[in-house]
Design a protein around this ligand. Structure first.
Ligand code: PEP
Ligand code: MN
Length: 365
């Protein structure tokens, strides 16, 4: 299905996005007028922040947690904009939220991860945004579903919004992880691959859930050529009413930004360009060899299928599969490949091999 997302306005055409990387910062939640204005002024002083965030309707996992100050916070945000000179944005989860934001003249809004999962809610928000021209930021859904993310971006675009950005904030997961939400970088990479011009930011705060990991995720986002970040900042992080463990002071934010190594998508250095080309053609050649070998392997698999068919032997042979897993993992380790990678590869190979043999075996004579 072709998508209109290819025609979105690039970040360089946004009035607020003239800098090469866009930084959204501000506290997780607007807690009081004083707290918000002081934070806004401190962040403006850093001269590194382009947009101020602040949640006033907070989607919390448990009902006894701080659920935000509500609509009164919009007035405080507008006052903070006046004091700091920075545009302000908040999270919207339904049409009433959008209407309240538009009434108060907020500069932008974002759709949170728990809302992006629900097409009814996203459509309701999109309908409420019809005919207005505010930038809309769409966080990825909590579950790792790229199509749902794309669908939400499309719904917003169909409402006539042209300044849309995607925010990668990680994904819910089962089991242990050092991250609050697993980055699963392959998903934002797939989004970027499908829509090369889409504005894509990273939210290290909600990925990490803790301060000490922020730098490494913020750096990785730059290494993947993302367009900027949303990073939560609070004057007294430990006392924050929500997400205390992941917020940093404006000073720490500046140190974090100073430590980021910005790499360029391209280089003009001729020697570098030549060496890069040489390495790339070596990789191209190896990839060709791998693909030829995989084709060769699959042809043997077909032969195997025919052979098993004649003897009426089952396709799946658990002992053989175990032996393949063991021997290949060992070999992979010897040549410096990770176990995780080789297991993923073998799993795909095995699936394809079973599919091929099933086709051969069930072919009518
Ligand atoms: C937030 O930005 O404070 C927030 C609730 O984020 P997310 O939707 O990514 O959980
Ligand atoms: Mn938060």
């Amino acid at each position: 299905m072709s998508s209109l997302l290819h025609s979105l306005a690039p970040l360089s055409h946004w009035p607020i996005g003239r800098a090469s990387t866009l930084l959204i910062s501000g506290p997780c939640s607007v807690e009081s007028e004083e707290q918000y204005i002081e934070t806004a002024v401190a962040l403006a002083k850093t001269s590194r922040v382009h947009l101020l965030r602040g949640g006033i309707w907070k989607p919390r996992t448990r009902p006894n947690a701080f659920e935000g100050v509500g609509e009164v916070g919009l007035e405080w945000m507008v006052n903070a904009r006046r004091e700091s000179g920075l545009p302000v944005m908040t999270e919207v989860a339904n049409a009433q939220h959008v209407e309240a934001c538009l009434k108060h003249g907020l500069d932008a809004v974002w759709i949170g991860a728990r809302t992006t999962v629900n097409p009814f809610s996203v459509q309701e928000i999109a309908d409420a945004l019809k005919g207005v021209d505010v930038p809309v930021f769409v966080k990825n859904p909590v579950n790792p579903d790229l199509q749902l993310w794309i669908g939400a971006l499309e719904r917003v675009q169909r409402a006539g919004i042209n300044r849309i950005a995607a925010i990668h904030r990680g994904f819910s997961h089962l089991g242990d992880s050092i991250y609050r939400n697993k980055p699963m970088w392959e998903i934002p990479i797939a989004l970027r691959t499908e829509f090369p011009n889409i504005t894509l930011l990273c939210d290290p705060s909600h990925i990490c859930g803790r301060r000490d990991l922020l730098q490494q995720i913020a750096q990785k986002a730059m290494d993947l050529n993302m367009d900027g970040w949303m990073i939560e900042s609070h004057l007294d992080p430990d006392a924050a009413l929500s997400d205390a463990a992941q917020q940093i002071t404006p000073d720490t934010l500046v140190s974090l930004l100073d430590s980021i190594h910005i790499r360029h998508a391209q280089s003009d250095d001729i020697t570098f360009v030549h060496e890069l080309q040489a390495l790339r053609s070596r990789i191209d050649k190896v990839d060709e060899e791998i693909i030829h070998l995989l084709g060769k392997r699959m042809r043997i698999t077909e032969e195997l299928g025919r052979f098993k068919k004649e003897e009426s032997v089952t396709i799946f042979q658990i002992d053989r599969w175990k032996e393949i897993l063991e021997s290949r993992t060992m070999l992979a380790e010897q040549v410096g490949l990770s176990k995780e990678f080789i297991l993923k590869y073998l799993e795909q190979l095995h699936k394809e091999s079973i599919r091929t043999q099933t086709r051969v075996m069930n072919k009518p004579k």
